[in-house]
Design a protein around this ligand. Structure first.
Ligand code: PEP
Length: 248
């Protein structure tokens, strides 16, 4: 399977800064990357990003969230169908910042994945434990519970999802899981997916949490790590391109 490197810009950059970043990434990809590449931009920039990315096939467009509702009186929400109209190929769902600051629970994340799938968008389903959960020995139980909700609702098309293991203690902290720590959790997730599908080997399992140009290669070399969800390092074209170059 091709690896996937997806940048999660979060609520960063201006419109002008976003254009510069996208164009720098495209310029840096002189030859087509061997992996899949995506940039998950802030929602107001989707229309512009669709234009900047038009006519090339190397970098796909992603969103950072999607509503769990199809349409209606949900002020501030953006539906999967709306995202699709702007050429969105991937949508992050259940990022730990959404779980933590916006009260998204496992059931809501599962519905978001379902909405994305129904619109032809690949959900990047984030799972991950907090430091307290890891220290308490609950890592596997937590990620398995988070993934189980998504599998339960979307089992029939589970091979269409992407999973991102993002230990909360590693996000934006500069503390990366070691390749061995990450692989250990990825193996657990792979096994769980294998129980749900005979084709679980087709589901990309990304690692996210302070991935950068220096540590990407060793993380991406692990057998069950099939790419990266990249926050801070995706905001600098050179760093993002170095991670893309480290992928297979
Ligand atoms: C993220 O938020 O998805 C992430 C991985 O962030 P960072 O790379 O900055 O830790």
């Amino acid at each position: 399977m091709k690896q996937l490197i997806a940048g999660n810009w979060k609520m960063n950059a201006s419109l002008a800064g976003s254009e510069t970043l996208v164009r720098s990434v495209l310029d840096g990809l002189k030859t087509a990357p061997v992996c899949d590449v995506a940039v998950c931009v802030p929602a107001p920039y989707l229309a512009a990003a669709q234009r900047w990315l038009a006519g090339q096939g190397a970098v796909h467009l992603g969103a950072q969230d999607v509503s769990q509702h199809a349409s209606g009186a949900y002020t501030g929400e953006v539906s999967a169908d709306m995202l699709r109209e702007f050429g969105v190929r991937y949508a992050i769902v259940g990022h730990s910042e959404r779980r933590q600051y916006h009260g998204e629970d496992d059931a809501a994340v599962a519905v978001k994945a379902q909405r994305a799938l129904a619109a032809g968008i690949t959900p990047i389903v984030c799972v991950g434990e907090t430091l307290a959960e890891r220290d308490g020995g609950h890592t596997e139980e937590v990620v398995r519970r988070q993934l189980a909700a998504v599998v339960h609702l979307n089992g029939h098309c589970i091979t269409e999802i992407v999973v991102a293991y993002e230990p909360v203690w590693a996000i934006g902290t500069g503390k990366t899981a070691t390749p061995e720590q990450a692989q250990q959790v990825h193996a657990v997730l792979r096994k769980q997916l294998e129980a749900a599908s005979a084709h679980a080997d087709r589901i990309p399992l990304l690692y996210g949490g302070s991935m950068n140009a220096a540590n990407a290669a060793s993380l991406l070399a692990q057998p069950d790590i099939n790419g990266g969800l990249v926050g801070g390092a995706a905001l600098k074209a050179a760093d993002f391109l170095a991670i893309v170059a480290a992928a297979r």
